[in-house]
Design a protein around this ligand. Structure first.
Ligand code: SF4
Length: 430
């Protein structure tokens, strides 16, 4: 858990994006600080309407970089003129706003709310299936708050999922610190069974599986991949945070997997699914990470080519073992993070570019910014449809779109039919 400070400049769109960033940070267990000086991370959401505003944004970024250990710059100026911050020597990570919540996590698993009750947020149902994990990562403070995994029975989670569907959820997000180890405390690995049972609930909805560490997934990879292949309701998406391409670093992080296990899991999913999205995370600049270790991470990224990557610059969390290790200098971390982020942009951009011109069925999941809606295809790729109200498109619709462009974070699409192809309705309660 981190404390954050967020400053927002400019239009209502920026304000809305900052609200969404904050919502996701709070959902992940982070808390606002009293000001920038007391924050683990400061977030500057920028505007770039006129030159004077740009100068103000640069000056404010310089001030915040001095005041806080970690500065993230996002918003219009960051996207359109991100190089200005680099040219001015501002020590900041320049990110698209949707990348910000993951970047704040410092490689730790998300911390859901204090209990594990489901939440319906618009059309999205959040279903925490268990609290806690089976690991003890040396850099993690989340573990102090969540403890060892405590898994409710499958039936209990299925009933919660059913209630969300009946309440109108068109997307169910199965969450937890580490969904891959669900059931381990009871002696059984139950994630495949749970997903199969949730997908058998009547109704038009999709299911997304949240973060699952490679160590937990490796032992169930064949069974899990088969469940993905058999269930159309399950997005072909899996978030496997590898964190490093070096086994030496993984040892120091006390991760429960080796790079080879991560590779084998990816190969299993490649063999089982025609199209799927691999999301992974890398921590850059862990205290014991050498140049050679960093190169191994770069090579792994270039080899597996995930469609979604979170690159986090290591920062110390209080009361963790990694906090007591002699750290790397800020410049080293910054250079490694920059190199990996550039490679990531190239790889993710290629993945989205390969979608342009294709036609795919999508579910409209939620409202976007302005008059747009966010849609997901079967592999959980995000496709934005603009002028939604004019086109009569709204959350819950199922439609066919042609992908017309991309911006390395998501694709843009136009509905192929003038009328939505379908509409998801909650089934009648039994
Ligand atoms: S798996 Fe590791 S990073 Fe995630 S909550 Fe457990 S100890 Fe923390």
């Amino acid at each position: 858990m981190a404390t954050y400070h967020i400053e927002t400049y400019g239009c209502t769109s920026n304000q809305g994006e900052s609200r969404e960033i904050e919502r996701r940070l709070r959902d992940a267990g982070h808390r606002p600080a009293d000001g920038p000086a007391g924050a683990d991370v400061a977030i500057l959401n920028t505007c770039t309407v006129v030159e004077k505003t740009e100068r103000n944004m640069l000056r404010r970024a310089e001030e915040l970089a001095e005041e806080t250990a970690d500065l993230i710059v996002t918003g219009c100026m960051a996207l359109a003129q991100g190089e200005q911050f680099r040219d001015a020597g501002v020590d900041a990570r320049v990110l698209h706003w949707e990348e910000v919540p993951s970047a704040v996590l410092n490689g730790e698993c998300p911390t859901p709310a204090s209990d594990t009750e489901p939440i319906l947020d618009g059309e999205v149902g959040i279903l925490p299936i268990a609290r806690g994990c089976m690991s003890n990562c040396s850099y993690c403070i989340t573990k102090h708050a969540t403890g060892r995994i405590d898994s409710p029975p499958v039936e209990e989670n299925v009933e919660k999922a059913r209630a969300l569907v009946h309440a109108g959820a068109s997307e169910i997000r199965v969450t937890g610190q580490d969904t891959g180890v669900y059931g381990w405390d009871t002696g059984e690995r139950k994630l495949p069974e749970l997903l199969d049972r949730i997908c058998s609930i009547d109704g038009e909805f999709r299911v997304r599986v949240g973060m699952a560490n490679p160590g937990g997934v490796h032992g169930i990879r064949e069974e899990l991949a088969a469940v993905f292949a058999d269930n159309e309701k399950l997005y072909n998406f899996i978030h496997l945070p590898v964190q490093s391409g070096s086994d030496d670093v993984l040892d120091e992080m006390r991760r429960q997997h080796r790079v080879g296990k991560f590779r084998e899991t990816v190969e299993t999913f490649d063999a089982a699914l025609d199209e799927w999205t691999l999301s992974t995370d890398f921590i850059v600049g862990f205290p014991t990470e050498t140049d050679a270790d960093h190169e191994l991470s770069m090579e792994l990224l270039a080899e597996v080519r995930p469609e979604k990557v979170n690159v986090t610059r290591f920062s110390k969390r209080p009361n963790t073992d990694a906090a007591g290790m002699k750290g790397l200098g800020g410049t080293v971390k910054k250079e490694r993070s920059k190199a990996m982020s550039e490679l990531k942009r190239e790889i993710v951009g290629e993945a989205y570019e390969s979608m342009v011109g294709s036609t795919r069925e999508v579910l409209v999941v939620e409202e976007g910014t302005g008059d747009s809606v966010k849609c997901r295809d079967g592999a959980y790729r995000q496709i934005i449809v603009r002028e939604a109200s004019e086109r009569g498109v709204e959350p819950g619709d199922v439609l066919t779109v042609e992908v017309t462009g991309q911006n390395t974070m998501y694709a843009f699409g136009d509905p192929v039919e003038t009328e939505p192809a379908g509409r998801s309705e909650p089934p009648a309660a039994r």
